[in-house]
Design a protein around this ligand. Structure first.
Ligand code: NAP
Length: 248
């Protein structure tokens, strides 16, 4: 028996990195999964590999009309949605506040934070129909604290925002059996991190108690737990997965 039998999930940013890993674990545990991403080619290929319980829809998470389309396609394929993983995100430019241009700031806020509002707004009506729901908002260690000039103010602000939104949703919809939790990864071995650092972590490695980056699948274990009924009494909470980086 799978840990997500009977569940219907949307995972955003699922064409690569952690989103891909979460989608794979969900399928393995019996869920039906709608993968979404801007990158259609990789997303379609991955969904085909994952079999009949997976579908892909191209989506820009900053657009409400795209959310409407994704919710309709998911309900049509699988029925009411019971899990939403708001995973899509970008790092944006790594630069000081004075040098951060307004357009770049808005883009980071829009993809990382506004998208999670639009996702909740669009998916909660389907969860209300299902009578149960779990929203997992991917924040970051940067949603708990700022560190040594990496990443930018925009990234930090966007990840603090998702943490606040998570608590607001948990408070508003707890009575409807809809839970919301935020996940705060440290340094994870994904294309985003590899693109951002020369040596896959750089100086930050010194601060990681376990002395290595996490693999995406290690984060999927936490996301799976929060998505499943095993975490039925956990909502409005922050879940760090950082090998001690925030314990200093
Ligand atoms: P990733 O490898 O860059 O994957 C992110 C995915 O999101 C990409 O497939 C990307 O598509 C997609 N995406 C970007 N903008 C989008 C949009 N507007 N609409 C739909 N999809 C979009 O990143 P990751 O490292 O797996 O990160 C996943 C999440 O974890 C992000 O929210 C990130 O901020 C967070 N996080 C990551 C780390 C880390 O160490 N890696 C640490 C803390 C938190 P394209 O490739 O087409 O742009």
């Amino acid at each position: 028996m799978g840990r997500l039998d009977g569940k219907v999930a949307i995972v955003t940013g699922a064409s690569r990195g952690m989103g891909e890993s979460h989608a794979k674990r969900f399928i393995k545990e019996g869920a039906k999964v709608m993968l979404t991403d801007l990158n259609e080619e990789s997303g379609q290929k991955l969904a085909a590999e994952l079999g009949d319980n997976a579908r892909f829809t191209k989506q820009d998470v900053t657009k409400l009309e795209d959310w409407t389309r994704v919710v309709a396609a998911t309900e049509e394929a699988f029925g009411p949605i019971t899990i939403l993983v708001n995973n899509a995100g970008i790092l944006g430019p790594v630069t000081t506040t004075v040098d951060l241009d307004e357009e770049a700031y808005q883009k980071v806020m829009s993809i990382n934070a506004d998208s999670q509002f639009l996702g909740a707004k669009s998916v909660i009506p389907s969860m209300l129909k299902a009578g149960i729901g779990s929203i997992v908002n991917i924040s970051s260690l940067a949603g708990l604290r700022a560190n040594y000039g990496f990443p930018s103010l925009a990234y930090v602000a966007s990840k603090f925002a998702t943490r606040g939104m998570t608590k607001a949703i948990a408070a508003e919809y707890g009575a409807n059996n809809i839970r919301a939790n935020s996940v705060h990864p440290g340094f994870i071995n994904t294309p985003m991190m590899v693109e951002a650092t020369d040596e896959g972590g750089g100086d930050a490695l010194k601060e990681i108690f376990l002395g290595r980056l996490a693999e995406a699948d290690e984060v999927s274990s936490l996301v799976l737990f929060l998505a499943s009924d095993e975490s039925s009494y956990i909502t409005g909470a922050e879940h760090k997965i950082d090998a001690g980086m925030s314990a200093h």
